[in-house]
Design a protein around this ligand. Structure first.
Ligand SMILES: C[S@@+](CC[C@H](N)C(=O)[O-])C[C@H]1O[C@@H](n2cnc3c(N)ncnc32)[C@H](O)[C@@H]1O
Ligand code: SF4
Length: 451
């Protein structure tokens, strides 16, 4: 049984901690890592290993007030067309500067709303990518789909370009909740989008949901979960609403008093998780669910689960290259983020320069912490002996952290035979426990809630 008092004492309801989609997290990136690093690290890629490519489309027809993503609202397609032209130029730079023979195993279109692109724009973009890099035979190509900015023709164009996975934004179907987040979206429209994706042969459909939204009570959430289950998604991402109005200014539209207290959020998360697992879906990491036959569940069972900027993935590529404004790349040597301001991004690429603005070069001490935090977030377990075998004495501080955390959270973690484990009772504390391995961690109320 969940020991709420002990979890409360451990800080579950008051701590704000990162979601650890990278280590170090993006606020620690700095301007000393930029363009020249991007060119060098791209040129040094090992061509015997395929790479992942992330393409950011920072535009939406609607701007939902809850959304913390980097995107801007547009009423016509002309800014999107201007952006696409520059994105195509960046893809051409990538083609010219990547090592000969490099292959692509993963492609992801994210945003914003990639489905704001017209079918012609989708064709131009996918053709340019296929021209720039050869696709591995087992490639996966996923796209974030906003059902209100999508139609059959766009799905057909994406499927023709190779899309074989899709992620649909739902958040919540309750009308009052949708009204409070500025995001009307009917169940019927969502269902017809899922049906269209399946008709076009998309193998894996993910649905994004959010708990802790304004006016969202347990009943609203349970109804949405039941509706989501009726769509039979292969995967579900259940995010806790991150209320960070100091970063995402549009969230100022959401009255603080409409938000459930942390204890109620926790109950929502637990209830939704129970409903999904009762259907036979497997719980993956801290916030995902997948059918047992889905590749994410298989990866989780085989120890192949990874975490990147899109959340949980079974992507094993050694590098993720992000193109488009604000995209983040991960090379074996470190992270690099493109300029977040679309105008600065456009200016750099138009002048023939990479738009890399900031990043972080990973030394071995960072690499070992990055790996420890990633495996904790994925498998709830760190094998210290394996880290020491790989990183030698650089793993020593992580061993010391394991001992310290075992003393701090005796009811929630164990450290025996060189294996540090977050026990079932401690899983709600995973982000807090992971932050104990973060050398940059300082009390920081700028992050979102731990639950
Ligand atoms: C980049 S958005 C793209 C979704 C797509 N544009 C749509 O609306 O369908 C990806 C996901 O991030 C999640 N998200 C955005 N803002 C969030 C926030 N403040 N807290 C938690 N999750 C958030 C939502 O679940 C959303 O579906
Ligand atoms: S949730 Fe999707 S459609 Fe809404 S603002 Fe965010 S990216 Fe745009």
């Amino acid at each position: 049984m969940t020991d709420l008092i002990a979890l409360t004492q451990a800080g579950l309801f008051e701590k704000n901690v990162p979601r650890y989609t990278s280590y170090p997290t993006a606020p620690h990136f700095h301007a000393e890592v930029g363009r020249s690093h991007f060119a060098d690290w791209l040129g040094a890629l090992d061509t015997s290993k395929p790479v992942s490519l992330y393409i950011h489309i920072p535009f939406c027809e609607r701007l939902c007030w809850f959304c913390a993503c980097r995107t801007q609202g547009v009423t016509t397609l002309s800014p999107v067309a201007a952006y696409l032209e520059v994105l195509l130029a960046e893809i051409a730079m990538f083609k010219a500067q990547k090592p000969e023979g490099l292959k692509l195993a993963r492609l992801h279109f994210g945003g914003g709303s990639p489905t704001i692109l017209s079918p012609d724009m989708i064709r131009n973009l996918t053709t340019a990518i296929r021209d720039a890099i050869e696709f591995d035979e087992n490639y996966e190509f996923s796209v974030e789909i906003d059902p209100t900015a999508c139609n059959d023709e766009k799905i057909a164009a994406l499927a023709k370009g190779g899309m074989n996975r899709a992620s649909i934004g739902v958040q919540d179907f309750n009308e009052r909740v949708q009204g409070a987040i500025g995001r009307p979206q009917g169940f019927d429209l969502t269902k017809s989008t899922v049906d269209s994706l399946r008709r076009h042969g998309i193998e894996s459909v993910n649905i994004d949901m959010v708990y802790g939204l304004p006016y969202q009570d347990l009943e609203a959430l349970q109804n949405t979960v039941a509706q989501v289950i009726s769509l039979s998604p292969d995967r579900v991402a259940l995010f806790g609403y991150a209320h960070v109005p100091w970063m995402a200014k549009r969230q100022k539209m959401i009255p603080e008093e409409s938000l459930a207290p942390p204890e109620a959020r926790f109950e929502q998360a637990m209830t939704a998780a129970e409903m999904f697992t009762q259907t036979g879906m497997m719980e993956i990491g801290i916030d995902h669910f997948a059918k047992p036959e889905d590749s994410l569940a298989i990866a989780a069972k085989n120890g192949g689960l990874r975490r990147n900027f899109q959340g949980y993935t079974d992507d094993r590529c050694s590098a993720l290259i992000g193109l488009g404004a604000s995209s983040i790349s991960r090379f074996p040597q470190g992270y690099i983020q493109n300029n977040a301001a679309t105008t600065t991004y456009l200016k750099s690429i138009k002048s023939g320069e990479w738009s890399a603005a900031r990043g972080f070069a990973l030394g071995p001490a960072d690499q070992v912490r990055s790996r420890a935090i990633e495996v904790l977030m994925c498998d709830f377990e760190v094998d210290i002996a394996a880290l020491e075998a790989e990183y030698g004495s650089f793993a020593k501080p992580v061993r010391a952290d394991c001992k310290r955390m075992a003393k701090t959270y005796p009811d929630f973690v164990s450290f025996h035979n060189d294996t540090f484990t977050i026990l079932d009772a401690g899983r709600p504390l995973t982000r807090i426990i992971a932050s104990g391995f973060d050398a940059f961690n300082a009390p920081n109320h700028r992050h979102s809630r731990a639950i």
